[in-house]
Write a protein that binds this ligand. Structure first.
Ligand code: TNX
Length: 516
């Protein structure tokens, strides 16, 4: 045989060998440090590599939005085009998104990773969305960077079966004490979505500022929207901007719960319309941080016209089933007036086809079993009353779940009226057993509020929510038996590289064994 032929033959043999047996790189899915920890992880020891020619295959048009979000999430750092193709065939390297009734929970999913493909199956597109969030955490942390990283995008093979513990897993942002722009609110929504939360509660009105356009009462924003804590200019959302927020959230499987806080926390409205005050008295803006000093005038018809108009206009642009009426800290409303008012507000909410949520103080009134009481106070009387009235509870105990409560005595931001809440405290509690004599079926879930008296920027917001937010997400999602601080703290430490890649301003708690 001549030399040239031998050479060609040799090249062919090497090439066939190379194609036939792709590099097998061992990796262990069970070591993947996911938060929230999935219900079941079955590792099988090897790995899948995302490559330049990988595609996103969808088997149903209803999965296109998920595919677009996935593409947007992993394109910047990989530089891969990841074309979205709707068909039933796939080739090596593809990510396949599909729906199946084999998954029983409507938010559940299965993520199956072989050396050739990634399959994400959900009963609904929400489940597929959560599978995508898990996939995102399985990729190397630099997937979160905004510019191309020249690394191998390899993830461990195996199967993850997962579904949430509670139907309500949320966080709140107070945009009234300090205003946050639409872009900032969307960032906050992104954080919730990343960790599989599904409700975003937005506290739209308070003494210091009114943040949502009400067409029938224009002064609310023209006058009431101009201020915030500290006297800096406030701001507000037009109804179009609010709709944009709602749509942005919905694409990420998040339902917006708007809060119009009544009958207290209402000074910004009282400044905007003197007819809302007794004797039509004119009021001045308030930019301090006191609570509990304002009230609607309970025995005035204008008050109910106002309440009905505001609830009606917001409800009309809110597709979710809930409307939050606040109802907290009404120190200057008499008890009788308060009870009368809450009952009437409940009727108004129902007339606009929404279910009412209120801070658990509302349980003093004659609330219906359809109403949700959001537990927050240190005392537990309100929760007991709510249960007696057959209402369900949403758990936000201030000493555990308030993200504006300081981590410790040297924390530069936040309040400490409910004590200090270190990262381990924030994680180590159980919504089902937190209150005595409460059945777990009485609890719809968990919500972590962020009040913004001391939060002036997204940097401040990030510092208070990272890393506690991840703990609330895990409490809301993972099974009770899996929630162990000893495991969680190591998984949290491993998230540090992701926080850095996302350029988050997080609190490096001494309780967490960070690598850095
Ligand atoms: C209590 S929690 C409030 C808010 C404050 C918060 C500060 C609740 C229902 N009311 O008005 O912003 O404390 O932590």
């Amino acid at each position: 045989m001549n030399k040239a032929i031998t050479k060609i033959l040799l090249i062919c043999i090497i090439a066939i060998g190379w194609i036939g047996c792709k590099k097998r790189v061992p990796m262990d899915l069970s070591q993947s440090n996911l938060i929230p920890i999935p219900n079941e992880i079955i590792a099988d020891g090897y790995s899948f590599e995302l490559i330049n020619s990988s595609r996103i295959i969808i088997t149903s048009p209803s999965l296109r939005n998920n595919a677009i979000l996935l593409q947007k999430q992993i394109h910047p750092a990989t530089g891969f085009a990841l074309p979205i193709v709707e068909q039933n065939k796939n080739k090596d390297g593809d990510i396949v998104l599909s729906l199946s009734d084999k998954i029983t929970n409507k938010e559940g999913y299965q993520l199956k990773i072989t050396e050739n493909n990634i399959h994400i199956i959900g009963k609904t597109s929400s489940g597929v969305f959560y599978g995508i969030q898990t996939l995102r955490q399985l990729l190397p942390p630099t997937i979160e960077k905004k510019i191309i990283q020249n690394i191998e995008w390899r993830i461990p093979t195996g199967t993850i079966n997962d579904a949430p513990r509670y139907i309500y897993r949320g966080a709140m942002l107070d945009v009234a004490r300090h205003f946050f722009t639409v872009k900032e609110v969307k960032e906050y929504i992104d954080y919730l979505a990343t960790y599989k939360m599904n409700y975003f509660h937005i506290h739209l009105t308070d003494d210091q500022g009114w943040r949502i356009e009400i067409k029938s009462w224009p002064n609310l924003t023209k006058i009431g929207g101009q201020t915030e804590v500290g006297g800096t200019p406030g701001g507000y959302y037009t109804q179009e901007q609010y709709k944009d927020i709602v749509k942005y959230a919905a694409l990420r499987n998040i339902t917006v719960v708007p809060e119009f806080d009544i009958p207290g926390h209402i000074h910004a409205a009282l400044v905007s319309y003197k007819e809302l005050n007794p004797n039509n008295e004119k009021k001045e803006h308030y930019t301090g941080t006191k609570v509990g000093f304002s009230t609607l005038t309970i025995n005035k018809d204008t008050t109910y016209k106002f309440v009905d108009d505001v609830i009606g206009e917001i409800a009309a642009i809110t597709p979710g089933e809930y409307f939050h009426i606040g109802g907290d800290e009404t120190h200057v409303t008499s008890k009788e007036d308060y009870k009368y008012f809450i009952k009437r507000a409940q009727k108004i909410v129902t007339s606009h086809n929404k279910k009412m949520i209120g801070w658990a103080d509302i349980a003093e009134a004659d609330i219906s079993p359809n109403t949700i009481a959001q537990f927050w106070k240190v005392e537990t009387h309100s929760a007991k009353l709510a249960i007696e009235k057959k209402a369900k509870l949403l758990m936000s105990p201030a000493a555990k779940a308030y993200m504006d409560i300081q981590y410790d005595s040297i924390c530069p931001l936040g309040l400490h009226w409910a004590g200090y809440t270190e990262v381990d405290d924030a994680y180590q509690w159980d919504p089902d057993t937190f209150l005595p004599n409460i059945n777990k079926d009485d609890i719809i879930g968990i919500e972590a509020p962020l009040w913004s008296e001391t939060m002036k920027s997204m940097d401040d917001v990030q510092y208070m929510i990272f890393p506690r937010l991840l703990g609330y997400a895990e409490i809301g999602w993972s099974t009770k038996g899996q929630q162990k601080w000893e495991s969680y703290k190591h998984r949290l430490a491993a998230q540090q590289e992701r926080f850095e890649a996302m350029e988050l301003n997080y609190y490096a708690s001494p309780e967490v064994p960070w690598k850095d």
